[in-house]
Each structure stands twice: as C-alpha cells, then as structure tokens.
Design a protein around this ligand. Structure first.
Ligand code: ARG
Length: 278
C-alpha cells in the first residue's frame, strides 16, 4: 500500500535532480532554488505513483486498459496540487522583477491569491489542467508498461537500467505530446488578466482567439524545450521507482519465503515490480 508512495517519493527526487537544471539553466546556479520544486514534485510523484499503484490493484487485473485508467485517475487527483503550483509558477515568472514585485515566493503568491480571489482564484485553470493531465497520465503509465514488457525488462538483465531509462523517457515524451495543446491553453488561462482585463472567456474562447491570432503553430509553442526536459526527467523518475519497488518487494518476498515452513534456502531474487504491478 505505502510502498508505491515511498517509491514515488524517490522517483520524484530523482526527477527533480535531473530536471531542475533545465528550469534554471538561465541563471548561474544549476541547482539554484532547488528547494521548493524538490518538495512540491516529490510530493506530487508520491501521490501519482501511490494512487496509480493502489488503483491498479483495486481494479484487479493488470491489463493495458487498467494501466491507462489507473494512470488517468492518478493524473486527475494530482491536479489538486499541480494546478495551484503551476499557477504560482506562472505568476512568479510574469511578475515585475526587483523590489516592485508582488510576490516573495510560491507560498506568498498562493496566500495572496486566496486572500483576493478565494478558492476560485487558487484553482484558476483547473479544468484545463484536468483535461491535460488525466489522459496524459494514462498514456504515461500505459506507454511505460507496454515498453518495459516489450523490452523484456527482468531483474538480473544487465541492460535493465538502460531499458528502464529508455522506457521512462519515452513515456514522458509521449505523455506530453498527447495533450500538449491543452498545456498551452492552461498556461494562457493562468496568465490571463495579470496585466489588465482578462482576454479569454474560457478554454474554447482561448483556443479560438489563439488560433485566429497566431495560427495552429501556437499550440506547439515551447514543445521542443518541454520534450527536451521530459525525456531525462521521466527516465530518472520511472527507473528510480521501478528499481526501488523491485528491491523493496524482493526483500519482502525473500523474508516471506524464508519465514514460510519448508522455505527453500536459495534467496528468492526480486521479480521486476512495475511501478503499478499487482
Ligand atoms: N502532462 C504530462 N505529460 N504529465 C505526465 C508526465 C508528468 C511528469 N511528472 C513530468 O513532469 O514530465
């Protein structure tokens, strides 16, 4: 039950350590400001892998459809955290630099938004975030499951870690590609109204105005940098989660088998535990 959350924590830490430089490469310190994303994304990944693993077990059968459904459930639930986090990140990025800046940091930003706009303000962009994350996390976990099975990922395979990294990175890319236009819309809605009157009346109006003003290319804006970051971050995340789960569960199986009457003396090697294996 709790192992998936624990493994998700480890995966989140790995993903932030690999991915943070992509967010801060503009400033001198590659790991400057590591603190808040480390806390936020570690918690989100614990939530994602915990919900996905437990949902898949609750669904009862490890099928491709259930892999997608369990991932989609995890993607929807983590929006509760992800949406306000991305709203704060967007506002901090857009605020005037220097002493005139409105927010001291992510938490101060969210507190001010809540004071001025209440819960509705905190959840600005929630529907578009749900539309982006729910299907994309289904694709995320389904792709990883299909690729690791297709590559025959097994403990003791001397190419196990490279295979996990390839499957994880590819899953990150396919998941971002699957709903990227909605990411563009979500970002525009969360930034809307910061410098004057809001432009958009909602998701469809935002898509219509953006297409009319900038053409279909607007929905691929920032895609290259997103994919450049997505591969290493998710390669590290998935490989870490799988290795952590495999060895923790392998230890558990070993303890159980040794404790069982008439247990064989040869140590039971850990079977490869998919992040969401039953
Ligand atoms: N919007 C998505 N593609 N979500 C699935 C991947 C999420 C992953 N934690 C990342 O930051 O890349």
């Amino acid at each position: 039950m709790a192992l998936d959350f624990l493994a998700g924590c480890a995966g989140g830490v790995a993903g932030v350590i690999v991915g943070h430089p992509f967010d801060t490469v503009k400033v001198l310190g590659l790991y400057k400001g590591l603190g808040s994303p480390l806390m936020g994304l570690t918690f989100i990944n614990a939530l994602v892998f915990g919900v996905q693993g437990n949902t898949l077990r609750a669904l009862g059968q490890d099928s491709p459809l259930n892999q997608f459904l369990a991932g989609a459930a995890a993607g929807a639930i983590q929006c509760v955290i992800c949406c306000p986090m991305e709203l704060a990140k967007t506002r901090l990025q857009l605020q005037a630099a220097g002493p005139a800046r409105a927010y001291k940091g992510s938490l101060d930003c969210l507190v001010q938004i809540y004071r001025h706009e209440g819960l509705r303000g905190i959840n600005r962009g929630m529907v578009s975030t749900l539309l982006r994350e729910t299907p994309s996390f289904g694709v995320y976990f389904l792709t990883y499951d299909v690729l690791t099975r297709a590559m025959g990922c097994e403990p003791g395979d001397r190419l196990l870690v490279p295979k996990l990294l390839l499957a994880g990175g590819t899953s990150g890319i396919t998941s971002w590609l699957s709903t990227y236009p909605m990411d563009v819309v979500k970002s525009r809605l969360q930034a809307d109204g910061l410098q004057g009157t809001p432009r958009y009346r909602g998701i469809v109006d935002c898509m219509r105005q953006s297409y009319q003003a900038e053409g279909w290319q607007v929905f691929t804006r920032g895609l290259a940098s997103t994919l450049l970051r997505a591969f290493p971050v998710n390669a590290a995340t998935f490989a870490t989660v799988t290795v952590v789960l495999t060895y923790i569960r392998g230890e558990e199986d070993q303890v159980d088998s040794e404790a069982a009457p008439g247990a064989s003396t040869t140590p039971a090697g850990p079977a490869l535990a998919q992040p969401s294996s039953l």
